[in-house]
Design a protein around this ligand. Structure first.
Ligand SMILES: C[S@@+](CC[C@H](N)C(=O)[O-])C[C@H]1O[C@@H](n2cnc3c(N)ncnc32)[C@H](O)[C@@H]1O
Length: 197
């Protein structure tokens, strides 16, 4: 039976460490066959942008994101898993990526981020895992600046269902269906709704 969004648990728990390590190993193979920059080519990232990678995992997108936003931009790498934070910290240190900020989240809220402070938010291969999809969309709507972009992909979901779920709360409008991801803009003036809190 399909679970309604609000029947899901309010927050996620991190997956067991062994699963995370296995996933990270699989992503190395995935990224070798299809480098992540190909997916980012669809996203209008500019030098100086602040970009949020929500559910960053071991950090497959981080080096490319850091390069694209440049030294005046910021990459906020959010995950619920402490191992993801360790991986991203190591990746950033080894590659001298001073514009990367790892952010361990509770699975929904991002209290350290100001309203309208983010230019681009990515939800890549994570939507199917989210315990509180509506709540995370509320939080992303809060931190995106007007005219900012939310890019979503999820190879584990039917694309039409994914789009429907992102737009369900009325906080986002679809502007582009790309080959790899869908791009949304926040609906300005929409008060994101209380489903999350
Ligand atoms: C399948 S991985 C995808 C990683 C990365 N986006 C990629 O495509 O390579 C999903 C990641 O999302 C994280 N995650 C799942 N639920 C989360 C939540 N509610 N908040 C933050 N991170 C979450 C998991 O810990 C995992 O690292």
């Amino acid at each position: 039976m399909t679970q309604a969004i609000n029947e899901r648990p309010a927050v996620n728990r991190p997956m067991p460490g062994i699963f995370f390590q296995g996933m990270a190993a699989m992503f190395k193979v995935r990224d070798w066959f299809r480098p992540r920059g190909v997916l980012l080519d669809e996203i209008p990232l500019r030098a100086g942008d602040t970009v949020l990678d929500f559910g960053c995992g071991p950090g497959s997108y981080i080096p490319e994101l850091a390069a694209r936003v440049g030294k005046n931009g910021v990459v906020i790498a959010v995950d619920i898993h402490p191992l993801a934070m360790q991986r991203v910290e190591t990746l950033a240190r080894r590659n001298g990526l001073n514009n990367v900020k790892p952010y361990l989240s509770d699975g929904v809220h991002l209290p350290d981020l100001d309203d309208a402070s983010v230019d681009v938010a990515l939800l890549f291969d994570v939507f199917h895992m989210l315990g509180n999809q509506a709540g995370i969309l509320v939080e992303i709507h809060r931190i995106l600046r007007p005219g900012g972009i939310l890019a979503v992909n999820d190879p584990h979901m039917n694309p039409d269902d994914l789009v429907r779920r992102v737009m369900r709360g009325g906080n986002f409008k679809l502007v582009k269906r790309g080959v790899h991801s869908c791009t949304f803009v926040p609906v300005v003036g929409q008060i994101a709704g209380g489903a999350a809190r």
